[in-house]
Every structure is written in C-alpha cells, then in structure tokens.
Design a protein around this ligand. Structure first.
Ligand SMILES: *Cc1c(COP(=O)(O)O)cnc(C)c1O
Length: 349
C-alpha cells in the first residue's frame, strides 16, 4: 500500500510555507525581523532567534534512541498535535470516517469531531482486547481512513495482544495508528520496529508520561517517510519552541533516570494494585501494563467525590463502555500512594 494515495489531494498538492531559515541559518541574520538586541529578559539561550523548523537535532536523537531513521520521525506539541495533523492529512471533513475502539483515549473522537469526521466504534471485548468477531460490521461501508489503537490502552491500562495489533496493521485498508504513550512501562516491544514492513503504520509516543515532561509539550509520530514529509509540510513552521526542543534533546541523555523512575513506578503500581484488590469495596482490579490502573469499586462515583474532598484526585471512568464503577488511578510517588491507600480505606470504610 502507498500511504500517499490516502492523503487528501489538497494536502498532496500543498506548497509549504518556506520559513526564513530554510536556506541560510548562520551569519549576520537580518532575514526574519527578529530582534538582534536579544530578549527583554536575561536567558542564556538564543531566545530572540526562531527555533529550527526541521527539528534536525531532536529527530536524530529520537531516531537513535528508538531504532529508526530521522526521516521516520515527526515532533509536535504533544501527541495531540500529531493526532490533529493525521486528520488534516487523511480525512476529508464531512465525508471521511475513522474507527476507534472504546473504551479508549477520548482525544481521537474529539479530534474527529473538530474535523467533522465521522467516528465508527469497534468496541473492545470485556477483557479489553480487539474483537475480530465484530470487525466486519464495524468497518462495513465506505472504507475508514484511520483506525486508532492504543496499547497500553487508556483508561484500561492493558496491552493489546501483539498478534492482534499485527493482524490489524496487516489487514486494515487504511492508516493504523498505534498510540504508545505508555510503551516504556510495558514489557511489549514498540511497533516502531515494524515501520519498514508496514507503510500504513503510524506509531505515536510522548515525553509526557515515562519521561515526566508533560509540561514541555513534546510528542512524536513515527511513520513512513512520505507520511512524515507531509506532516512536516502541514504543521506550523515553528510548532516547537527553543526551550522545548532543548529540554527534549537533553532528556535522551538521562535514560538512566528514565529506567529508574519507570522501575519505581511499576513496583509502586504492583503494591497499590495488591492493596486495592484486598479492599472490601473493590470488586476488580484490571491488569495494568502502565503507570495507572483501573479498579472497579462499589459506589465509584461517590468514592471519587469523597476522595477528592479528602485531597486525593483520581479519575472517574464509570461512564466509559465496559468500565461501570471504574476509577482510573495514576501511580504517584511512594508518599502519595501511602496517603491514597489511607484515604481510600477511610472513604470506603
Ligand atoms: C497521555 C496520553 C497521551 C499524551 O498526550 P500528549 O499530548 O503527548 O501529552 C497520548 N495518548 C494517550 C492514550 C495518553 O493517555
């Protein structure tokens, strides 16, 4: 499959904005109406200069870390920007449709609604895996442009089975997005390694979770070079600021801390899950391959409110399909987790 054939004709024909720094970026820079006197506040970096629109250094850094090529990497303001751009690339407003697998991350449907793109649902099984018995029905009619899969899935926290992901990527006739926001907590290998075999595959990742950098807003899409080239063409020229680029590059020099933090969060997760399983008010604790877990709790909505009133904020997910009475609980620091357990015991006593 040639993924370019799925791209909207106006995007294929688009001549991108050429920014001042596309041709020259050293010398006496009097080409971009910047302020050569510098920023109004003291800062060590060249904040009076526009950032690199091509993200050359960061893409090389990420590609080396994840085992792919720089031309397979897109960097955006969170994964949210990558998701938004995928709609702009592939989906004709008012005409095209996408498929999502509830219960899952809400952003795919919100982005679809923003772009006036129809959402078909392909619900997960009761144990939150892909359900091939309903695949035909869910994808019947006009071929959907994008299938969104999330593994580990949010809010359920489980990995989708690898064989199912492979089957989806191999058989779905459009773009398959595998959202790997939580992949560094999982024992599963990233699908980035499958990019060369599947031109219709897009993998998204983020620095917001395992890297602990939600505040800098940095997300990635990994895909066929021609898809990435079109994303680069459509994005705002200076979508990432200098501080974000600098901190994101630096983050890949601290992978020892990444590994240590992931390890601690997984141990704390297992401790919390065991403690929750023993609470009388907890009916089920779903398996987790991430830094959060889904617990099914008697009177979940009341417990959510009482916990918040006691100063501990979790997420009520009871309105999601298959998640009745579900609370999604993020693993905190060891001290925060102790307080969570104490407050949960009090509000469910
Ligand atoms: C948190 C999360 C993201 C990350 O979004 P950013 O915009 O990169 O912060 C992406 N996908 C899922 C499923 C998430 O839970």
């Amino acid at each position: 499959m040639d993924p370019v054939s799925l791209i909207r004709p106006n995007i294929r024909a688009l001549k991108p904005y050429r920014s001042a720094r596309d041709d020259h970026h050293s010398g006496i820079l009097l080409d971009a109406n910047e302020n050569s006197l510098g920023p109004v506040l003291p800062h060590p970096d060249a904040l009076h200069r526009y950032p690199d629109p091509h993200h050359t250094a960061l893409r090389a850094r990420v590609a080396a870390f994840r085992g792919c090529r720089p031309e397979q990497v897109f960097c955006g303001s969170g994964s949210d920007e990558a998701i938004d751009l995928l709609f702009r690339l592939f989906c004709e407003p008012g005409t095209d449709r996408v498929v999502v697998c509830p219960p899952t991350y809400g952003m795919y449907s919100v982005a679809a609604n923003i772009h006036d793109v129809q959402v078909r649902t392909w619900p997960l099984t009761p144990d939150f895996q892909l359900d091939w018995s309903t695949f035909e029905a869910a994808t019947a009619g006009a071929t959907p442009k994008i299938l969104f899969l999330c593994s580990p899935n949010n809010p359920t926290a489980n990995d989708l089975r690898r064989a199912d992901l492979e089957r989806a990527v191999a058989t779905f006739p459009g773009i398959v997005v595998v959202d790997e926001a939580y992949i560094d907590f999982s024992e599963q290998a990233s699908f980035i390694r499958e990019l060369d075999r599947h031109p219709n595959l897009v993998v998204t990742q983020t620095l917001s979770k395992a890297f602990g950098l939600a505040g800098i807003r940095l997300g990635f899409a990994f895909a066929h070079p021609s898809v990435i080239a079109h994303m680069m063409k459509v994005k705002a020229p200076y979508n990432l600021n200098r501080m974000t680029l600098e901190l994101a590059e630096a983050a890949f020099g601290h992978t020892d801390t990444l590994a240590r933090n992931v390890d601690l969060l997984k141990r704390e997760r297992d401790r919390l899950m065991a403690a929750f399983a023993a609470f009388p008010a907890v009916r089920k604790v779903h398996v987790s391959h991430a830094n959060y877990f889904l617990a099914i709790v008697d009177q979940a909505e009341r417990v959510y409110r009482d916990l918040a009133a006691a100063g501990v904020v979790v997420r009520y997910r009871g309105n999601e399909p298959g998640c009745a009475d579900g609370l999604r609980i993020t693993v905190g620091s060891p001290e925060e987790n102790d307080i969570l357990l104490q407050r949960f015991a009090e509000v469910t006593a």
